[in-house]
Ligand binder design. Structure first.
Ligand code: TYD
Length: 208
């Protein structure tokens, strides 16, 4: 089972996934937790190029191809082998992020970005995707309250960019109603965690 988590910056996604991971491990599930861009040494190097604030002249199509390249390497080295071993893979961001950020906010087109990603992933869609639904206003204000966080090249984009990311995520949810489940992530961490857990347990029980 391949489960991905998506949402705008500041949706609380990473905190929830860590908690969820602990909970499922405690119950005895065999889980691989990973994240994008990154997850393997080669993919992490690509991540560094993408998120480096000094790379001000990184072309948008180059950016989209780098995300897709990092994603493929991550699949080949980590996700596909884990799925083959029968592990449950939890991945913090995957191709829907590219559709929203590069397809929507960078205005490269959802269809173009889907095409390069279907090539990169050999049509590997997640079995389930949780979308943490939070407006950019709430998300960005959460990020600005987190004093430890150093803003990267994408966090530093304009409010308009983040609005576009959010609007496109909602379109992507409508494109895949059977795969993507939306959760209201403006609620408290424990409420969002409980809802996420319930959805995932239901899916795991269906497969038993
Ligand atoms: P990260 O620090 O991992 O963000 P978060 O904790 O919010 O998941 O940085 C990843 C950034 O890259 C984030 O701003 C979203 C962006 N991104 C894309 O633009 N396209 C993609 O395909 C992916 C996976 C991420």
């Amino acid at each position: 089972m391949f489960i991905t988590f998506e949402g705008p910056d500041g949706s609380g996604k990473s905190t929830i996934i860590k908690e969820l991971h602990k909970k499922l491990i405690d119950e005895g599930y065999n889980i691989l937790l990973t994240r994008e861009p990154g997850g393997t040494p080669i993919s992490e190097k690509i991540r560094d190029i993408i998120l480096d604030n000094n790379n001000t002249n990184l072309d948008y199509r180059t950016e989209a191809l780098l995300y897709a390249a990092s994603r493929r390497q991550h699949l080949v080295e980590k996700i596909w082998p884990a799925l083959k071993r029968g592990q449950i893979v939890l991945c913090d961001r995957y191709l829907d992020s590219s559709l929203a950020y590069q397809g929507g906010a960078r205005k490269l087109g959802i269809k173009n970005i889907l095409d390069i990603n279907l090539f990169a992933t050999e049509n590997t869609y997640p079995d389930l995707t949780i979308f943490f639904d939070v407006s950019p206003e709430v998300g960005l204000s959460r990020l600005s309250q987190d004093k430890k966080r150093v803003a990267d090249r994408l966090d530093n984009e304009s409010e308009n960019f983040h609005q576009e990311v959010y609007e496109t995520f909602k379109k992507v949810c409508d494109m895949y109603p059977d795969r993507i489940v939306k959760i209201d992530a403006s609620k408290s961490i424990s409420e969002v965690l409980n809802e996420t857990y319930t959805i995932i347990k239901k899916k795991l029980n269906e497969l038993r």
